[in-house]
Design a protein around this ligand. Sequence first.
Ligand code: NAP
Length: 248
Amino acid sequence: MSTSKPCAVVTGASSGIGAETARQLAWQGYQVYLGARRLERLQALAAEIQGVALPLDVTDTESVRQFVEQLPEAVDVLVNNAGGALGLEAIADMEESHWQRMWDSNVLGLARMSKALYPRLLKAASGTGHLINIGSIAAHETYAGGGGYTACKHAVKAITETLRVEWLGQPIRISEIDPGLVETEFSLVRFAGDAERAANVYAGMEPLVAADIAEAIVWVVSRPAHVNIDEIIIKPRDQARAGLVHRR
Ligand code: NAP
């Protein structure tokens, strides 16, 4: 598709933070390319924001290749958002398949997408590309039962910082947004569809909503080109640490 609008790519745009980020970037005038595995959901959102829905599984190198092939040669913004947590078991009870799948999406998936989009970010029509990784407070803290997920998000932080060193001197900004509790499908996925267990995560407290994170992303990308917002940690007022929440 040829367009004079700046181009943004959002992974994991079928739900939660990614969907709201795609929506808000479209409101800012971006042509948004939405990637995720659930294509019908992407298509509904793409119709709403005149975006482009493309199937994407970030854990599959061939899927990433096919996705990227359909993007314009110049990409202004890449939001590496696809990912999430699986399970809450202690390391002594580690479910290896959870760890493998989390690593493949949150870490390798993010690195695959960054590698694949690098040449396109270098050609950003605005003159400055922008890579935004969605980390978590789990990139800064650990908590019992969160070993697999916190290891992944600590790795995301390491990748963000490595890219900032490796791409120094190139016209690409690199930012990381690290949310605390945001009410999305995150906990439903983590607890394999157990809606009651997922709802308990947010019981009696006021979590963030996806729009709170999307607004921060819009602010980060709309700074002047010479300004790089390295990292933002955003938590609900009711959360002091990953495992310390005030409930009424
Ligand atoms: P969500 O509602 O479950 O959304 C996750 C998104 O990731 C979905 O669109 C899902 O789409 C996509 N995804 C998962 N695996 C994928 C894969 N292999 N390939 C492509 N897309 C994939 O959860 P969310 O809260 O918005 O999470 C978004 C990001 O924020 C994640 O990286 C998460 O770790 C991070 N985060 C969330 C919170 C929170 O409290 N919610 C806090 C800190 C950080 P499909 O299933 O359709 O592929």
